[in-house]
Structures are given as structure tokens and as C-alpha cells.
Design a protein around this ligand. Sequence first.
Ligand code: EPZ
Length: 419
Amino acid sequence: MDKFLIQGNGPLHGEVIASGAKNAALPILCAALLTDDTLAIRNLPQLWDVGTTRRLLTQMGVTVSSSGPGQVEINARSITTCIAPYELVKTMRASILVLGPLLAKRGEAQVSLPGGCAIGARPVDLHLRGLEAMGAEIDVEGGFIKARAKRLKGARIVFDVVTVTGTENLLMAAALADGQTVLENAACEPEVVDLANCLIAMGAKIEGAGTSTIHVQGVENLHGASHSVIPDRIETGTFLIAGAITRGRVRVTQTDPRMLEAVLDKLRQAGAKLSTGADWIELDMLGRRPRAVDIHTTPHPGFPTDMQAQFMALDCVAEGVGTIRETIFENRFMHAQELMRLGAEINIEGNTAVVTGVERLSGAPVMATDLRASAALVLAALSADGETLVDRVYHIDRGYEHIEEKLRKLGGKIQRVTA
Ligand code: EPZ
């Protein structure tokens, strides 16, 4: 199991290029199941989860070829099975994203029920309820979701809570359904918009993506297309915090500042000097200690839950007290215990963490528990005195492309240790 050995060091300086967005890439790869033509996808990040999705598709008989780094051509014409097996789904919950496309295109799907994970129970009841509203017959037995539908029918679906992959699953299902579908209380995340843009390029009739009400007019068939995945806003934010927490200056290029306004506002509140262009963001901490900020996670365009752990790390060394409220997931403070091993002062009550900043953290062995928690530990270690060994970094490999190379380019002292 790989570990990261990190030496706390001075300010990070330099420039990094944002990779393609993991949470856009995963649904877009699954969208290839909606057509018999070839879907060409570019700017794919080289991540564990992207590899898992490719394996999930190829074991169904889908042809996945690569014409170059970050590029794939997918053709699902010769699909042989509509089953997403437990051994793949248990490693990546987002496998549920094959359910809607398989039902819409093939009329059947068997997807292993995704279990929970470190950050919460992660139910998929809203996915299933939406598909049933569109006429699917769904049974859950033996740990499998077994779904059938002659042809899905358009429906008006109101989500009880905002669900990103729920919105994406039903958007893909509605694209080929008979008639009009309206998704109310839909997720507005940029990754949902990117999926919608890819579906529209394939011939789907979608209006309102990026708002809480999406209208879809089903069509008989979708054709192939070529689509480039948007930049990863969470990776972008993570690298900006790497600059802030070490009191340095970091520029992230090939990104889009409009996707993370709420994060940029919080970095300004923390005392960072930010400048932006069409596809770049530069953060300069001017060598100063950050000020503590309060965080309250909400669906987009509010503050993203996927940046909560990283901001907790920043608050740990900030001046003052920061209050962090996590409203999306019920157990997304696993990183707090590990940060306290580095000397952080954090009090947790329910879904609220109160962080009292200390001048410096001190290196120690810590363990990653989930993707964004591991990023928070790396950030804290970069600013701590001494050496930190972060264990179980396979979590970080799921969502950050070449993170140690990118951090070393900024002057970070980080080495991967393969046990
Ligand atoms: C997506 O997960 C992201 N993953 C997550 O990113 C992200 O944290 C999350 O959205 C919230 O932004 C991908 O896009 C692959 P949800 P998702 O459905 O879709 C409840 C990362 O670090 N809910 O929006 O699984 C659920 O319990 C990952 O990159 C139901 O109750 O999240 C949660 O409280 C972590 N029933 C809330 O909705 C359902 O059927 C939001 O979850 C579905 C969800």
C-alpha cells in the first residue's frame, strides 16, 4: 500500500495545469452506452476511478480504445451484458451511472447495489424512484439492482434532495425516453452541465442544465460525438489551498475560475490576493498567515462539500477560529482526527467542526480515509514542521492525477513510498 513521505517546507511557488474533471469524466464515459456510434472523449484525467469505469465498460463487451494520452474512443454497439458486477461497483460507487443509460438503451440493467463509504451511507433511492417514475420495473435482491423497461417514458421528477449522480443518471435515461421529462430540484454542478453538453452533441434535446429545472425531450436515437471534459474545479481549489497554507504563490492554468466562485470568495476572506483570467487563477498569500474562515457546504453554486476537508486543513493553521458546517454528508469529518495527530485543535459537535488555528502543525504518521480527506492531510503536511507519512494514498490516486509530481513542481517535498 503506497504512502506519501512529506517534509514540511517553505512557501510553494509556481504553476500547475488542472487535469480534466473526475466527476465529469465518469458520467460522460457512461454516456457512451446511449449510442451505437463511437463517442470520442478528450482531456480525460489518468485516475484510478477513470480506469475502473473503463474496466466496467469493457467487461460488458464495450469497445474502449485510446488514440493518445487522455483520449478514448468508446463504442457500445457490441455490448454483451448489462451487468455491473459487485467486485467493480464496491470499489467505485459512481458505477451506478451505468444504470440509466443501460435501461434507456438496452431496456435492462443489473447493477450491484453500491455500498456506503467512509463519508456516509450514500443511498441511491432517488435514482431508483426517478427511474420507476419513468416506467422502469426495479427489484433489489441479492445485493443487486435489477431493472427492466420496454421503453422509458418521460416524467416529471422532483428530487427530495439535490443529488449530482441522481440528476446525471436520470438525465441520461430521459435523453432516450418517450416524451418529455422535467427534472425539478436538479443538481446545478458544472459536471452536470458538461454531461448535458456532451449529450446535446450526441443529439439529445436538453434545456436548463445548470439550473434546478431541466427539461429533456426524448429522442429515438443518439449519435456519436467528440467531447472534451471540463477542468477539475476541486483539483484547482486544492492546489490554490496548497499555495495558501504554505503562504506562497500558486497559479493554476487550463482551468475556469467561474466554476469555483464560492471557493475563491473564501480564499479572499482568508487573506489571499487572487487574480484570474479566462482559464487561469493565481493565488498569492504574500507570505502571510491565513485568517480563519467559516465554511457551510451546500449544493452548487454554494460552497462545495468536496472542498470542505481542504479548508479545514487551512483553518488548522489560520489566525482565529473557523466554524465548518457539513450539510451534504453525514460523516465527512474523518480527516479531523488525523489532523489532530498533527497538532490541530478541532472540536466536533454533530455536523459542525470548530477549528482553533495554531501557528504551526508538527509532522506525524497519519492515515487517509477518503479522497478529499487524503488531500487535506497532504496540504497540512506541506505546512507542518518536520516529516509526515500519509498512509493509504490509494484514496488520493482515485481523484488526483500525478499529485506528487505537480506538488514537487511547486517546490513541495513529497515522495511516494511503495511498501
Ligand atoms: C457526487 O456524489 C460526487 N461524486 C461527490 O464527489 C460529491 O461529493 C457529491 O456529488 C456532492 O457534490 C461524483 O460525481 C462521482 P449526491 P453523489 O447524490 O452524486 C443524498 C468526490 O470527492 N442522496 O449529490 O453520490 C446523499 O446521501 C466525490 O469527488 C440520497 O439521499 O452525491 C447525500 O446526502 C465524493 N439519495 C446527498 O444526497 C440518493 O438517491 C448528496 O449526494 C442520492 C443521494
